[in-house]
Design a protein around this ligand. Sequence first.
Ligand code: GLP
Length: 274
Amino acid sequence: MVVRVFHTATALANTLAADVARALRSNPRLVLGLPAGRTPIPLYDELARLHRAGRADFRRARAFNLDEFVGVTAKHAGSYRAFMRRHFFDRINVPKARVDAPRGGARDVERECARYERAIARAGGIDLQILGLGLNGHVGFNEPASALIARTHRARLSLKTRRANAPLFGDRVSAVPREAISVGMATILEARRVVLIATGESKAAAVHQLVEGPVTTRLPASLLQLHPRAEIWIDRDAASRLRGARAAALRRLRRSRRGRSRGRRAAARARGSR
Ligand code: GLP
């Protein structure tokens, strides 16, 4: 697993956006798997900016949302579908017909899950799956459990996850649905490339376990260790609990930043004394 540590969440988002734009240029029919959540917002902002600047064309791309709340239709402002429209799809030129998402309002949830799996398969699978990370190590809505369901499925949400999602429902935990539809870990692991992003101190414990702990369904993100092309992109705060070789890399990153700012201060002093 490749771990990349960035000085800031902004640096991470900008680098990843440039990477996605490059991938789109080499394959305009790129199939993206995308998460909702706070973490990817700076990424979506930067991709929208690159699009406006004529550097990212999504006309022939496809996008599959990772998850959705059960019982919530696309019209509901708290739905992930609405979230993705607001933060991303309405700001780029991907045609509506090329964006798909689990339909939380479906009457027959199991049938909807099967439809979604088929749609992903028909698109040829996912080229680049971007993931966020739950505080308890969940990805999508694959919550920690003794066993996981491999494919798109109906998932029960933990209280911790419902609390984390309360801002989408007027800060009322009780208004957050108890169930969701989530793409399963097998489908995620079939994506040709997976990039998990995590920023901030609150994710440090989950990042530590995901990178340095065992592979376990008790921390679904750890299954990414099984993927041949999984990348973990984190900022310094999210990396702060890493030990071993990764901690050494983090210390080097800190030193290089200190070195750079010392250099800048010296240059400013030199300019001032001229
Ligand atoms: C949510 C979502 C995930 C998301 C994660 C992290 O519950 N189901 O898809 O990646 O939690 O969210 P955030 O980026 O807001 O921390």
